[in-house]
Design a protein around this ligand. Structure first.
Ligand code: ADP
Ligand code: MG
Ligand code: ZN
Length: 504
């Protein structure tokens, strides 16, 4: 066990070493049934109610492969620009763990269904980095253990453990990158951008919701350092089951600083798994890494080989949706924004909301303005995600429409949005209830304009004398008197008319 961890600063680490990373991402597929039996995959049900002899590893029970699982794996492979195997098998990965009743995990070893691809990812500044994919293979999830009676929820110190096999056999796709070299100081950022892009791809394909906070997608971060100019890779550490984008970035960053400290001291990095701790942003030692041969992999004798016909693969390829990067590039061009603007939209989780708002009739500029401005601020203040706000894209589109028609100005529109968020009803209801409407009718504005002129004789004289810029102060006075509801452009026209000056 490590006690305290020595670190060198990130800058110093990068001054001496180049990081090399490998990312292994597990995605839980959203199939209705498990990978090798007909048990339901529904979440949140009572423990051990979704099990059968096959996923419990009873003697004589035989697995049958889930066709949707295979199709999903092929979709992922194609979206990642991979080759799809003409023929491949499952393999048994043998080891004992109580959450794995068969005593082996059905996985794929040297015959993955998809291999040799790449994924282009975008960094914060809009630049693109290509991550090479080694393979994507099919496997199954394990059950879940809960350790009871200890202080930490870990097995250490627990009095007993509970096992729930509902998750055992849920299909997983593991996507493994080739070693990622050449990212330099941006390695942690590349790791985060890669996992994010992969998540977007998975969601676009509809094969999983890929919610990291629910464990539907998790990432192992392999990292090693080598001195500048050296070709041979250093020894890697493997930080397991990192479950948020931010943590992926932090784990990579921490390991760079830790490896550098060990290497600077003349020490050696042990090839081991490590755990990432959300609270401290640090990693601690797990177990010494086993080698592939320790698992005694061998081809699964109970399942037939998977041999997807080329016709089927091409049919799946033809049915793929527009992929996220291509879609973003298209929208950047359509909306006339920069790649950097698009990064902020993505960071804010606003892309789909903006698109839905445009689909509901708003123009692109208004849709972006409301979601990235007023609504982003509001979400931020209440600490929720944009899509958790109590307003729909259709309602935002209606607000934009009212502004466009001149019924609302921006200030009133903000009040309408505030009302919708507060649960006062839809935009039109809030407009009615709060009596929000731009007043552009001259008789209603006339009195307020007269009062503003009478109350500010000095300013009125300046305007008469030709200082038209001074009109702004009178417009301000009218806006104040009408609680922001006056049509500012019309107010200015009225002021100039009444003072007998013209703008041209
Ligand atoms: P394992 O099952 O032992 O984790 P894998 O081959 O499945 O091995 O995954 C290892 C990951 O780490 C891959 O993404 C690979 O590209 C990457 N990798 C391999 N060697 C190194 C290294 N020395 N430094 C950093 N990453 C590495
Ligand atoms: Mg691994
Ligand atoms: Zn089952």
């Amino acid at each position: 066990m490590t006690t305290t961890t020595d670190l060198v600063s990130y800058e110093d680490a990068l001054a001496s070493y180049d990081p090399v990373m490998g990312l292994e991402v597990h995605v839980e597929l959203g199939t209705k049934t498990k990978m090798f039996c007909g048990c339901s995959t529904e979440l949140g049900r009572d423990a051990n109610t979704q099990t059968c002899p096959t996923c419990l590893g009873m003697p004589g029970a035989l697995p049958v492969v889930n066709a949707i699982g295979i199709e999903s794996a092929i979709k992922i492979g194609l979206a990642l620009n991979c080759e799809i195997a003409e023929w491949c098998r499952f393999a048994r990965k043998n080891y004992f763990y109580p959450d794995m009743p068969k005593n082996f995990q059905t996985s794929q070893y040297d015959e993955p269904i998809a291999f040799d691809g790449y994924l282009d990812v975008q960094l914060e500044d809009g630049e693109t980095f290509r991550v090479q994919i080694e393979r994507a293979h099919m496997e199954e999830d394990t059950g879940k253990s809960t350790h009871v009676g200890g202080a930490t929820g870990r097995i250490h110190g627990a009095s007993h453990s509970l096992l729930d096999y509902n998750r055992a056999g849920i299909p997983l796709i593991e996507i493994v990158t080739k070693p990622i070299e050449g990212a330099g100081e941006r390695a942690p950022e590349v790791a985060r951008a890669y996992v994010r892009e992969l998540r977007e791809v998975i969601k676009a394909l509809g094969v999983s919701e890929a919610r990291m906070e629910m464990g539907q997608m998790r990432c192992d971060v392999n990292l090693s350092l080598r001195p500048h100019g050296r070709e041979k890779f250093g020894t890697r550490s493997e930080t397991k089951n990192v479950n948020s984008l931010r943590s992926v970035e932090r784990a990579a960053r921490f390991e760079i600083m830790r490896h550098a400290a060990v290497l600077n001291d003349g020490g050696t990095i042990i090839q081991e798994t490590r755990h990432f701790h959300e609270d401290t942003g640090s990693t601690t030692s797990g177990r010494v890494k086993e080698e592939a041969e320790d698992y005694r992999y061998f081809p699964e004798p109970d399942l037939v080989p998977v041999a997807p016909s080329r016709a089927w693969v091409e049919e799946i390829r033809a049915g793929l949706p527009e992929l996220p990067l291509a879609r973003r590039n298209r929208l950047v061009a359509e909306w006339g924004i920069t790649a950097l603007d698009m990064q902020s939209i993505l960071n804010a989780g606003a892309l789909d909301l903006i698109v839905a708002t445009i689909d509901a009739g708003a123009d692109a500029a208004s849709a972006r303005k409301w979601w990235m401005g007023e609504l982003a601020r509001s979400a931020n203040e209440s600490g929720v995600a944009l899509d958790e706000l109590a307003i729909t894209p259709v309602q935002v589109a209606r607000v934009a429409e009212l502004v466009l028609k001149g019924d609302l100005n921006d200030k009133l529109a903000r009040q309408v949005i505030e009302g919708v968020l507060a649960g006062e009803g839809g935009p039109d209801e809030v407009v009615d209830k709060r009596g929000l409407k731009v007043v552009s009718d001259d008789s209603a504005l006339g009195t307020a304009v007269d009062e503003a002129i009478a109350g500010n004789p000095g300013i009125a004289d300046k305007i008469r004398g030709g200082k038209l810029a001074a009109a702004g102060a009178l417009v301000g006075a009218v806006m104040k008197a009408t609680r922001g509801q006056a049509d500012a452009a019309r107010v200015k026209e009225l002021i100039l008319e009444k003072l007998g000056v013209s703008e041209g």
